[in-house]
Structures are given as structure tokens and as C-alpha cells.
Design a protein around this ligand. Structure first.
Ligand code: UDP
Length: 339
């Protein structure tokens, strides 16, 4: 297969590039490096041993994107590109809606013009909103998101569902990610948040390295066994494989399907801290802080649909996730930046 990866230099996109290339497929990256580094491209070249086809193009730029489609014959597109910071989206809703929706619509227009009709979309468990009915199944209702970022995922899902309804030859897979963490085992690529990390694992790794003083645990009075929030953490390499399986599925099916990509198992914040400390032999100082607005007590997937229809399931353990995240942090104390 020849696959276009929009946002292919990002955290999940770069791991998916490796998975596709190592499985013998051709992957082409389009990224405007707004939230990612050019250094990713040379790291990908080191891992795969091949030149990386990439274009420094904004997906909102119809003309530039069309030129990429003219140069390659894509079997499918995996659409990762988009603004992704939950907290930032609350203060910048116009930018989030403009960028995430515009890029998707532009991509769909170019795909239609160039006769490419298979798309895998990078969605999120956040579209399930504030329910506490667990595990989450694809048949449950979505909506009630708590921030503009989540609403853009919800709206893009709806756009793609409508496109598939209107065009019976289209094939769409909406992948709802749970909490991707970890890194490629080479330690060459990983998560590189800009500024203070919002998410738990990059915060833990930066505390363990001494870059940050201590972790704030947002609430220990949730109705969970140890009182801290429970999430379904998934290794990014397992998640990347899910994209290959989704592309293979779309080669044989039309219409629109939604898939949860999670492990089905939830761990608390304290489980994460203690496992990280144990497997890496480090300490992660923390203190208990107030709950974070918009957080729910528990969130974990029913991943059985992906296993049944895609033949996909997560294999890597929480220990693997913690070891690989720490290797990435230790080898790259400043992420992709050289200083
Ligand atoms: N969390 C925390 N301290 C942090 C970041 C996150 O205690 O600095 C908690 C958060 O309240 C949640 C879990 O860790 O229970 C996962 O949070 P994250 O932001 O990584 O993912 P999300 O909440 O989007 O699932």
C-alpha cells in the first residue's frame, strides 16, 4: 500500500510511519512542522535505513496538498494533522475549529478530486464525553465534550460519516485512541511536548529526570480503589499497528466504521507512578493537588470490535510503556531540540 500520513512527523504519526515502512509499505509524510520537529525525519531515516519521503506542507493549503497527490498514487490517507492541546483549545477555540476542520475539509476535497477514497482518522476517546459507564463501546453515544479540541474530533467524525454516506465508494475508519504513551524501543522517536506537559506520562518522565520538581496528582478522592483517576494507557507502537490494520481493512470494505484502540485495562495515576519508579529504578516525587476541571474518574475501552474486525489487539505491557518512555526521555533530555 502507498499511504499518505498527514501530521506524520508527530508522536503517533512518526511511529505509524515506522510500522508501515517496516511492513513493506510506502508511507509519505505531509507536515507543516507547526508542532513537530524536522529532526524527526532524520530519526525516521535512521530507524528505517531509507530516505523518508516528506513534504513541508500545511494540509489547509489546497494547491500544495494537491501537488503531493499528483506526485504519488495513494491507496489511503491517515489523517493525524491537527492542533491537539486540550488546555490551549479552551483559550483558542477559533484557531482550533478553523485549523482542525479546515484541514480535514481541504483534505477531503483533494481526495475527491484525485480519486482517493480511503481515510483513517485520528480520533479520541474524548468524544465519549463525561459518561461513567465503563468500558466504553463504539455503540455508546458520543458528544458532551469538555473542550474545543474534543469537539473538533467529534465534528470531524461527523463530517467523515456524512462523506461516507454521500459517497458509497468511500471507506472511513474512525480510530478512537485511549491514552497513548511509551516510545519506539530504539529511543530515537517519542513524545516531545512543547512547554509544560499536559499529559501524565511526559510529566512523570520530566520529573524523574529532574527537569520538573514534582508531579501534581489531580485528585485522590475519586471513586476508584486508590482515589486517583483511572485511564487506559496504550503503547504507541501497538497503536501504530492499529493504523496498518485499519488501512488493510479499508482495502476490502466501504462505509464508515468506528474503532476503539485501547487495551481494555485501566490503571490509576498512582499505579503509573509506582510502576514507573519500580521498572526504571528512579523516584517520582509527587503531591496531591485538586481535581483538574473536566476530568472523569475512570475511562477505559472495550477494544473487542477492533480485535474482531481488524484482527488487532494491544500486546505491550505497562512495564514496556514505562521503560520505553524513560529510555526516550533519558536519551533525549530536551526532546528533539539539540540543546
Ligand atoms: N494527571 C495528573 N497529573 C498530571 C497530568 C495528569 O494527576 O500532571 C492525571 C489526570 O488527572 C488523569 C490521568 O493523569 O487522571 C491522565 O491524564 P492525561 O492528561 O494524561 O490524559 P486524559 O485525562 O486526557 O485521559
Amino acid at each position: 500500500m502507498t499511504i499518505l500520513l498527514t501530521g506524520g512527523a508527530g508522536f503517533i504519526g512518526s511511529h505509524t510511519y515506522v510500522a508501515l515502512t517496516q511492513a513493506g509499505h510506502e508511507a509519505v509524510i505531509v507536515d507543516n512542522f507547526y508542532n513537530s520537529s524536522q529532526e524527526v525525519i532524520s530519526r525516521l531515516q535512521t530507524i528505517t535505513g531509507k530516505a523518508v519521503p516528506y513534504y513541508d506542507v500545511d494540509v489547509c493549503d489546497h494547491h500544495a496538498l494537491d501537488q503531493v497527490f499528483q506526485k504519488h498514487s495513494f491507496d489511503a490517507v491517515i489523517h493525524f494533522a491537527g492542533y491537539k492541546a486540550v488546555g490551549e483549545s479552551v483559550g483558542m477555540p477559533i484557531e482550533y475549529y478553523r485549523n482542525n476542520l479546515d484541514s480535514t475539509l481541504t483534505l477531503c476535497e483533494v481526495m475527491r478530486e484525485r480519486g482517493v477514497n480511503r481515510i483513517v482518522f485520528s480520533s479520541s476517546a474524548t468524544v465519549y464525553g463525561m459518561t461513567d459507564d465503563m468500558p466504553l463501546k463504539e455503540t455508546m453515544s458520543s458528544g458532551g465534550c469538555t473542550n474545543p479540541y474534543g469537539w473538533t474530533k467529534y465534528m470531524i467524525e461527523q463530517i467523515l460519516r456524512d462523506v461516507a454516506d454521500a459517497n458509497p465508494s468511500w471507506a472511513v475508519a474512525l480510530l478512537r485512541y485511549f491514552n497513548p504513551i511509551g516510545a519506539h524501543e530504539s529511543g530515537l522517536i517519542g513524545e516531545d511536548p512543547v512547554g509544560l506537559p499536559n499529559n501524565l506520562m511526559p510529566f512523570i518522565t520530566q520529573v524523574a529526570s529532574g527537569k520538573l520538581k514534582e508531579l501534581n496528582i489531580f485528585g485522590n478522592d475519586y471513586p476508584t480503589p486508590d482515589g486517583t483517576g483511572i485511564r487506559d494507557y496504550i503503547h504507541v507502537v501497538d497503536l501504530a499497528q492499529g493504523h496498518l490494520d485499519a488501512c488493510a481493512y479499508l482495502m476490502a470494505h466501504t462505509g464508515c466504521e468506528v474503532f476503539n484502540l485501547g487495551t481494555g485495562v485501566g490503571y490509576s495515576v498512582l499505579d503509573m507512578v509506582h510502576t514507573f519508579e519500580r521498572v526504571n529504578n528512579v523516584t517520582v516525587p509527587f503531591h496531591i493537588a485538586p481535581r483538574r476541571p473536566g476530568d472523569i474518574a475512570r475511562c477505559f475501552a472495550d477494544p473487542s470490535k477492533a480485535e474482531k474486525l481488524l484482527g488487532w489487539k494491544a500486546h505491550k505491557s505497562l512495564e514496556d510503556m514505562c521503560i520505553d518512555a524513560w529510555r526516550w526521555q533519558s536519551l533525549n533530555p530536551n526532546g528533539y531540540a539539540t540543546v
